[in-house]
Design a protein around this ligand. Structure first.
Ligand code: BTN
Length: 250
């Protein structure tokens, strides 16, 4: 028997699916349950990490926000970004024949280019245990606008595989994997996620922080990156400190 799908709301256009998910999460009369999903064909104010803009052409991207009500300390909520990026990588590998790599902290790369990003937002301190996990994945774009220097330029599933894909099939694939990974994380903690991340790590990929460039070497138990600096020495970069030097997320 097929597993019951969590509730989902789909909209043609919105500012940000993370905003709709947040509103649903705090809706007193019909609050979203665990793993409820909001998707959209287009976002007018999609956002990425560190205040960047997430651009997506209408109907060519998977734009999705999960509402998670995991009984996990707020202090551990950063782990969800790792869970989500890993889920995307698993889905791309299992269902789309790709060999994605994970770039610290939450990006999914294919052939060194960024195909997906993750934005985790905590709903509020008073709703501890509720988080919004937003995922943006480029599906059918055949080109991206020039004029920006990206450390990891954008790519799409179409560019990576040479064929078009149904956005819905991508959403279904990610939703299914993510439900399993979240359940595993709730039961077993961060260790299995970390192990899988290390197996999928984009080792050696360049990271930038301010004027400094470093190369990803490993991930620590606390989610920080172990990096090799340009002078050959090693350092720990704590999460959220990395900077790509471009003001667009994609
Ligand atoms: C990043 O790489 O900086 C994260 C990008 C996250 C984009 C997704 S698209 C769906 C959800 N809604 C948003 O406004 N952002 C996330």
């Amino acid at each position: 028997m097929a597993a019951t799908q969590p509730p989902r709301r789909h909209i043609a256009e919105c500012a940000s699916t993370n905003d709709l998910a947040r509103a649903w999460a705090v809706d007193a009369s019909h609050p979203a349950p665990h793993l409820a999903l909001v998707t959209a064909d287009f976002q007018t104010r999609g956002r990425g990490r560190r205040g960047r803009v997430w651009e997506a052409t209408p109907g060519e991207s998977a734009l999705m926000s999960f509402i998670l009500r995991s009984p996990v300390a707020l202090a551990d909520a950063w782990q969800l970004g790792f869970v989500a990026a890993l889920s995307v990588a698993d889905a791309l590998k299992n269902d789309f024949g790709l060999e994605p790599r994970l770039k610290w902290p939450n990006d999914v790369l294919v052939d060194g280019n960024k195909v997906a990003g993750v934005l985790v937002e905590i709903v509020s301190a008073s709703s501890a245990g509720t988080a919004i996990v937003g995922i943006g994945l480029n599906v059918n774009q055949s080109k991206f606008s020039d004029g920006e220097s990206f450390l990891h330029p954008p790519t799409s599933l179409r560019l990576a595989t040479g064929q078009e894909w149904g956005v819905e099939s991508v959403i279904q694939s990610i939703a299914s994997v993510l439900a399993g990974r979240v359940t595993e994380w709730e039961a077993q903690g961060f260790a299995p996620v970390l192990t899988a991340w290390r197996q999928t790590l984009a080792t050696g990929v360049a990271l930038r922080r301010g004027v400094h460039t470093a190369f990803l070497n490993d991930i620590a138990d606390d989610g920080s990156a172990h990096v090799r600096l340009e002078d050959g020495t090693f350092a720990r970069w704590a999460s959220v400190e990395e900077e790509e030097g471009a003001n667009r997320a994609r």
